[in-house]
Write a protein that binds this ligand. Sequence first.
Ligand SMILES: *Cc1c(COP(=O)(O)O)cnc(C)c1O
Length: 378
Amino acid sequence: MDRILLSSPHMSGREQKYIDEAFATNWIAPLGANVDGFEKELAEYVGVKGATAMSAGTAAIDIALNLVGVDKDDIVFCSTLTFIASANPILYRGATPIFIDSEWETWNMSPQALQRAFKDAEKEGKLPKAVVIVNLYGQSAKMDELLAICNHYGVPIVEDAAESLGSYYKGQKSGTFGHYGIFSFNGNKIITTSGGGMLVSNDEEGIKHARFLATQALDTAKHYQHSVVGYNYRMSNICAGIGRGQLEVLDERVGQKRAIFERYEKELSPIDGLSMMPELENTFSNRWLTAIQLDPNKFEVTPYELIDALNAAKIDSRPVWKPMHLQPVFEGCKFYPHAEGEVISELLFARGICLPSDSKMTEGKQKYVIDTILQNLK
Ligand SMILES: *Cc1c(COP(=O)(O)O)cnc(C)c1O
């Protein structure tokens, strides 16, 4: 039996047509009709004025932070429970991250922790230049509350929607709440370009400037002239072709991911001490990965032991992201817990497991995963 994967590329069969077009017109080299098309189609899909295709989601975050003016010695607030790529670009810019804890209802940024962080920053006379808000595993953060706080202080949001393409918050597509939003098309994401990202915004000047910065910041002149530091961050026309073929089946993939979640929920949620990642009222998660929690008071088996047992049965699973404030690379960075003595991200990390959520996984294979979990839940 082949390994059951966490989340792997799932081609639609429509990608090749776009790639063939690129070959036929010899637009192999960067940019071209697929890049333009992919940007336009993705912007329409999420409902924003503009999009810039990038070589990675990480590159899109780096450019977004640049565009909102994050510079050396600035402060940036960032969700602590996330993948490292949300926070690394803060260091690329020479700025200092301050990490914000999660809350129980979405596992995302805690508004009350964010509020305390802002109060302290105001007292110290140094507000952050940006707030990076992550939507974990497809679930939107509490955008109303977080936006109200950021707007009060006049600080722009960069919405890291790398994991939440196709999700909604109160009827509005995920990734469109910040001044800039970013998506990732890494191989494990809900759709892939083999590797790539997208910056989206309603700020059309910003999107244009993103394109300029990501293409080596080449001035309009007869020779190669550069007035600011640029980057080589654009997506290739071949990758964008894959993205166009993938975007056509994005809603289908969301349906498949949600069906996977629902089958897990049906079989696993009745078990005392096991809980599913919640979905906040009036939000719709793409359920990129199904995540569960094991109450340590109810089970002898730890998440690591369960992950090992699944691994022995050729099933991929992972711990929930290790919080950024616990990462050696961010040692010494400030951190705001949800409440005094209540660090929710650390509990989620200690108790959480991401189950295989591959959209190619058959119902039979998922039943095997569920049976293997049940056998090992002691
Ligand atoms: C995948 C991911 C990214 C980075 O995307 P890349 O395209 O791999 O650079 C950023 N943030 C989060 C939360 C992610 O899961």
